[in-house]
Design a protein around this ligand. Structure first.
Ligand SMILES: *Cc1c(COP(=O)(O)O)cnc(C)c1O
Length: 298
């Protein structure tokens, strides 16, 4: 969604965006990426950027960055990594993000996994000069009007926005106050809680895990449905509504392999073991309400 929007804003045209198929674990199939590039080049179209995702929204799937970086570099394409949700977990588990240094740019959302209030987005460039060059025209114009004799560049010469709030301040304060180690520990606990939840789901026969747990997103389904799966989506949707109405835990949803799934995403430093256990007990309690309810027409 965000990539299609960026492509449209850049004037590249949504028709020139290629969505690359993913494997069973929702990771980009790198062979498909290479084939898509080859197909376009045969038609005289030059691919200019590859966008990989380091932590997809739904499942936290991590694209194979080292392989993707090699392909992008072979074809002279910019490599952007969308790490908005997931890449800040590199602070806690860097080994999962080994290809990250190959990125030309990385998007991060400290308002997600660095626990900041909305909004606090962050864009990193390997070479900041590239950003300045992209905005060079306005840069020259602005500099003519109000050159900063000390810094040379103002941050509004490196991005879309002109006037803006000092979003970095809250992040700087909390990093200084709590220290990076506290963030590393909190992210580690979130990751551990997600694995704990996965284990609980796997040991609960009425629940089925729907995707590998790479980070802190846990997608699952209630499967013990009388009359089985034709009803599964409707039952799970009803369970989701009731879980959230009950107000003890809050779940979102995802559609995976064409099926409606419940999704727990643990990105709160205050989440406890008890909260994690409650996800399962609340889903089972809501399921009991849904499935015991007399059905219309019976
Ligand atoms: C949240 C998210 C976005 C959108 O970013 P915002 O800063 O919330 O607008 C884009 N991509 C991914 C993977 C995300 O998780």
């Amino acid at each position: 969604m965000s990539i299609a929007k960026a492509v449209a804003l850049l004037g590249i045209g949504r028709d020139n965006l290629r969505a690359i198929p993913v494997d069973e674990s929702f990771r980009m199939i790198t062979r498909e990426l290479e084939q898509a590039i080859a197909r376009d080049r045969q038609r005289g179209i030059t691919p200019l950027a590859v966008v990989a995702t380091s932590g997809t929204v739904n499942t936290g799937a991590l694209d194979a960055l080292p392989e993707i970086a090699e392909i992008a570099s072979n074809y002279g394409a910019w490599l952007h990594v969308d790490g908005s949700y997931g890449a800040l977990a590199a602070i806690a588990e860097p080994e999962k993000f080994s290809g990250l240094p190959f990125a030309d740019s990385v998007a991060l959302d400290p308002h997600k996994w660095l626990y900041q209030p909305l909004d606090c987005g962050c864009l990193l460039f390997r070479d900041v000069q590239a950003a300045r060059t992209a905005f060079a025209h306005s840069g020259e114009y602005v500099r003519a009007l109000s050159a900063d004799p000390v810094e040379g560049y103002a941050f509004f010469e490196e991005s879309m926005e002109l006037s803006r709030r000092f979003r970095a301040l809250k992040l700087w304060f909390s990093l200084r106050y709590h220290g990076m180690a506290a963030f590393r520990e909190a992210i580690r606990r979130d990751l551990e809680h997600a694995r704990q939840l996965g284990a609980r789901i796997e040991s609960t026969p009425q629940l089925q895990l729907m995707a590998p747990i790479e980070l802190s997103a846990v997608c699952f389904r209630y499967v013990n449905t009388p009359g089985a799966d034709p009803n599964g989506d409707a039952v799970n949707l009803e369970i989701l509504k009731r879980v959230n109405q009950r107000g003890r835990v809050y779940l979102s949803n995802a559609v995976l392999h064409g099926k409606f799934c419940l999704r727990a995403c643990i990105v709160n430093h205050r989440t406890t073991d008890a909260d994690v256990a409650e996800v399962v007990s609340e889903v089972l309690a809501a399921a009991a309400e849904v499935c015991d309810r007399p059905r219309a027409g019976t």
